[in-house]
Write a protein that binds this ligand. Structure first.
Ligand code: G6P
Length: 369
């Protein structure tokens, strides 16, 4: 087992550290920024269906559902196609309206999640086109899909998903870029700019991983908190949800993820000097707004832990603790800003002495409902 873990103490840490390579593998041979090409046969062969989709419905569970939420933001922005993101377990039972022009994107690491699989079977019977974003090659969901793109993240053993999530984001981002460009909803310059940003991700993940000691120290400092709040806006909102989920999964600390502005409608009542509030607060169009949200937490004596852009001096000055990520286009930012949160959860779980690879009550793949 020690050999399988490649020198790491846990699969979770190994898989977090593999992300520069797994994201690179996912992009390799597909994204060629120098020639402005993205080659993905599952998309190329069905480009008319995708470009003409009247609606995209994303169906998934758990962390994969969070990848779907990120996709909602950029598909709507870049492709101008309405998107809905559905929990598979809800979608399958509520007699959803599915029409012929609907494209369903199924996101699943394992390709075996029972609720997702059945939701897709139902949608397929009703005439929807199913596109699978799957990690496990040849899995049930991969076979059921009309077309798809593998994430190429390699086997994920840790129950808490890490590298599969960033692989899903990379695939979905390439997919969104391809559709947007074919549809004419983004111009050539923006298309190439975003391709270059995406191409830079593996190197920028490496930089985060090189600063692991800072994150470990933050984990030690906050490991005894009873609750955590995770906040973000826009592209970083799903990152807040994923950060909270990771922490719950591996540290058994109660954590809630919320859109930063929506916190005024409830969670702010919980803020006091004992509550750590984690902000995914990289530089983007919401930056000024998130700065005021940080102030609101500080005014109530909450402890602020920020994920901030390198070079930012405002948020790090206000926050009690900061984890830096490289500045990157806001559309691509989630793939970076989630990485410090994965590490934070890992180190808190370890500090509390838990088996982060096999958290109690959780399964890697939920194949029964
Ligand atoms: C379980 C796993 C999660 C995963 C979810 C969906 O809850 O513990 O890590 O995100 O299932 O799994 P899938 O394989 O469909 O992505």
């Amino acid at each position: 087992a020690a050999i399988e873990k490649g020198g790491y103490d846990h699969f979770m840490l190994k898989e977090i550290n593999e992300q520069p390579e797994t994201i690179f593998d996912c992009l390799r041979g597909r994204l060629i920024a120098t020639t402005g090409q993205i080659i993905m046969s599952g998309i190329d062969n069905n480009i008319d269906i995708l470009v003409n989709a009247q609606r995209i419905v994303i169906v998934a569970c758990g962390t994969s559902w969070h990848a779907g939420l990120v996709a909602e933001y950029f598909f709507e922005e870049l492709c101008r196609i309405p998107v809905e993101v559905e929990y598979a377990s809800e979608f399958r039972y509520r007699n959803p309206i599915i029409s012929k022009g609907d494209v369903i994107i199924a996101i699943s690491q394992s390709g075996e999640t029972a609720d997702t699989l059945v939701a897709l079977e139902n949608a397929k019977e009703q005439g929807a086109f199913i596109f699978g974003v799957v990690n496990a090659v040849g899995s049930s969901i991969a076979r059921l899909s009309h077309a798809g793109a593998y994430t190429h993240s390699g086997p994920e053993i840790g129950v808490a998903s890490t590298k599969a999530f960033t692989g899903q984001l990379a695939v979905l981002m390439m997919m969104g870029l391809k559709i947007a460009y074919a549809k004419g909803t983004i111009d050539h310059n923006r298309y190439v700019e975003l391709m270059k940003s995406l191409e830079s991700v593996p190197e920028k993940v490496k930089e985060i991983l090189a600063n692991v000691d800072t994150i470990k120290a933050i984990a030690e400092k906050y490991k005894d908190a009873k609750d955590f709040l995770f906040l973000g806006r826009g592209y970083n909102f799903p990152v807040a949800l994923e950060g909270a989920l990771k922490l719950k999964e591996v540290s058994y600390i109660h954590a809630e993820g919320y859109p930063a502005a929506e916190m005024k409608h409830g969670p702010i009542a919980l803020v006091d000097e004992n509550l750590p509030v984690v902000f995914a607060a990289t530089k983007d169009r919401y930056y000024e707004k998130i700065v005021s949200n940080v102030q609101e937490i500080k005014a109530r004596k909450g402890k602020v832990i920020a994920v901030a852009s390198m070079g930012d001096e405002v948020i790090p000055n206000m926050a009690n603790d900061t984890m830096f990520v490289s500045d990157i286009d806001e559309v691509i930012a989630p793939i970076l800003s989630v990485v410090p949160l994965q590490l934070l959860s890992y180190f808190i779980g370890i500090a509390k002495g838990f088996d982060v690879d096999k958290p109690r009550n959780l399964a890697k793949s939920v194949t029964v409902e």
